[in-house]
Ligand binder design. Structure first.
Ligand SMILES: *[C@@H]1O[C@H](CO)[C@@H](O)[C@H](O)[C@H]1NC(C)=O
Ligand SMILES: *[C@@H]1O[C@H](CO)[C@@H](O)[C@H](O)[C@H]1NC(C)=O
Length: 153
C-alpha cells in the first residue's frame, strides 16, 4: 500500500510541478486590455520546429477584431509545443476560431493558454461571429486601457 501511494505521488508530482500557470485576469476589461490582438482565423497548416519546442500555425485572417497600432497581423502564429509551457497545440487545420494573443508584430503572433478568450456571451456560436451590439457595448465600456510598458527588445 505504501509502495502504491509512493508510485502515485511519483507519477503525479511532476505534472503538478510542470503545469502551465497563468496570471489571473480579474475581469473581462483586464483581459481585453492585456490582449494585443483578436482575430477570426482559419487554420491553414501547422508544423513543429526541428527541436520540437515550438509549433507554428499558418493562418488566414477572416476578420481582424483588434490589433496593435501600425501592425498588420501576419499569417504566422507560434506557440510552445508543451502544454506545461502553456502551449495551445490543439487547433485543427481547416477549422475557424476566434483567437486572441498577447504578442503581435508584423512578423509573428504568439498564443498561449494564458491568453484571454473572448467570452462566449459576445459570440454567436453558430456563425462564429461577434454579436456586434454586445461587443461594441463592451469595448465602449472599457474606454481606454491603462498604458502598458513597452517591452524592451
Ligand atoms: C503609428 O504610425 C504613425 C504614423 O507613422 C505614428 O505617428 C505613430 O506614432 C505610430 N504608432 C505607434 C504605436 O508606433
Ligand atoms: C508593419 O508594417 C507596416 C506596413 O509595411 C509598416 O507601416 C509598419 O511600420 C510596420 N510596423 C512595425 C511595428 O514594424
Amino acid at each position: 500500500m505504501i509502495l502504491f501511494a509512493f508510485i502515485i505521488v511519483f507519477f503525479t508530482l511532476p505534472h503538478i510541478l510542470e503545469s502551465c500557470s497563468c496570471v489571473e485576469l480579474r475581469s473581462d476589461t483586464d483581459g481585453y486590455c492585456t490582449t494585443d490582438w483578436i482575430s477570426k482565423v482559419k487554420i491553414v497548416s501547422k508544423e513543429t520546429d526541428g527541436l520540437g519546442l515550438m509549433m507554428s500555425y499558418r493562418l488566414e485572417h477572416l476578420d481582424v477584431i483588434k490589433s496593435p497600432e501600425n501592425v498588420t497581423l501576419p499569417e504566422l502564429m507560434n506557440t510552445a509545443t508543451q502544454e506545461s509551457a502553456c502551449g495551445q497545440t490543439k487547433f485543427k487545420v481547416g477549422k475557424e476560431y476566434i483567437l486572441a494573443g498577447s504578442s503581435a508584430s508584423n512578423d509573428s503572433l504568439l498564443i498561449t493558454f494564458c491568453n484571454w478568450r473572448v467570452p462566449l456571451k459576445y459570440i454567436d456560436e453558430t456563425k462564429l461571429e461577434l454579436k456586434k451590439p454586445e461587443w461594441k457595448a463592451f469595448v465602449d465600456s472599457v474606454k481606454t486601457c491603462p498604458q502598458r510598458p513597452v517591452p524592451v527588445e
